[in-house]
Design a protein around this ligand. Structure first.
Ligand code: AMP
Ligand code: ZN
Length: 341
């Protein structure tokens, strides 16, 4: 089955062609980062308008790259939520219009299920069941995954998502959007031990997260440094390192607890923050000590992309799931509501 995947939930237009027999044939991405940078975050209306501009040229590009023609496509998968409603509507209407014109089915895919399944596109994919840590700009969740659509939420953030905490901490130090990669870059030049930030909610049992206090600790430290006359690059690097270490250690502690609770030794990390090298190294070490395995996607498939939507959609379409021509998207959409395959 050949599936065209469209992703437009936030600030990236992603398009891909995935074939159930041949694997990923082509994928293309247009990132709107430069468009939103001046505002320090995503401006929803600008995002929707830009998706409109990019979508059809990207579809043509992907078809050319794969050497395919529209008549070969069996179905279209698009992100139906969660995300920015205006941005989601661009992908949904484009998918439904093309599906109608080409006489094929379209299926709305859950964006976080896309992230969760992205490591399946790699050479050594994880087997079910596993525990997944979903860490993106909008979500921080620990999920027990027994199969596609068999999700049990084990824990999540009470406030900021991990990626959001990276972005806000970077912004207050005057760094560019998105902040995660910027903090990771500066952390490499940071002096360890100059600052230490709390590991939130690790001193009590449970699998919930909270990152807003950590962000405030970083803000206070930065403001203190500035008022003491040190607003140098090195101060930013040292705060970045301490912040990243606190996030990584907190995530690792909760992953260990979740694996223990679920009685599993397989961990999948997905979403933009799973591209973070320090997080990967720390979890590799932890799972190595436990004689377990950690799985993640290549860096470009950790952040938003069309390939993960084409893949997730293909699994559901092959199982016979389909939907009507109605255009319907959801800004909020708990993943546990998805039907099992
Ligand atoms: P997503 O919401 O899954 O598209 O991921 C975007 C989020 O991932 C943003 O909050 C980014 O700051 C964050 N992110 C991307 N790369 C990294 C990285 N290397 N380290 C930490 N956070 C990152
Ligand atoms: Zn995402």
């Amino acid at each position: 089955m050949l599936v065209l995947g469209l992703e437009t939930s936030c600030d990236e237009t992603g398009v891909a062609l995935y074939d159930s027999e041949r694997g990923l044939l082509a994928d293309a991405l247009f990132s709107q980062i430069d468009l939103h940078r001046a505002y320090g975050g995503v401006v929803p209306e600008l995002a929707s308008r830009d998706h409109v501009k990019r979508m059809l040229p990207l579809i043509r590009q992907v078809l050319d790259e794969a050497g395919c023609v529209p008549t070969e496509i069996d179905a279209i998968a698009y992100t139906a939520g969660p995300g920015l409603v205006g941005a989601l509507l661009v992908g949904a209407s484009c998918a439904q219009a093309l599906a109608f014109a080409w006489g094929i089915p379209a299926l709305g895919v859950h964006h976080m299920e896309g992230h969760l399944l992205a490591p399946m596109l790699e050479e050594n994919p994880p087997q079910f069941p596993f525990v997944a840590l979903l860490v993106s700009g909008g979500h921080t969740q620990l999920v027990q995954v027994d199969g596609i659509g068999q999700y049990t939420l084990l824990g999540e953030s009470l406030d900021d998502a991990a990626g959001e905490a990276f972005d806000k901490t970077a912004k207050m130090m005057g760094l560019n959007y998105p902040g995660g990669p910027e903090i990771a870059r500066l952390a490499e030049k940071g002096v360890a031990g100059r600052f230490t930030f709390p590991r939130p909610m690790c001193d009590r049992p449970g699998l919930m997260f909270s990152f807003s206090g950590l962000k405030t600790s970083a803000l206070n430290t930065w403001q203190h440094s500035v008022s003491a006359g040190d607003d140098s690059e090195q101060a930013r690097c040292d705060i970045s390192l301490a912040f990243q270490q606190a996030v990584v250690e907190t995530l690792a502690i909760k992953c260990k607890r979740a694996l223990k609770q679920a009685g599993m030794k397989r961990l999948v990390i997905a979403g933009g923050v799973s591209a973070n090298k320090a997080l990967r190294v720390s979890l590799e070490k932890m799972l190595g000590d436990m004689r377990g395995d950690v799985f993640y996607a290549r860096p470009e498939f950790c952040t938003d992309n069309g390939a993960m939507i084409a893949y997730a959609g293909c699994q559901r379409l092959q199982a016979g799931q389909h939907e009507s021509l109605a255009i319907s998207v959801q800004a909020r959409w708990p993943m546990e509501q998805l039907p099992p395959l």
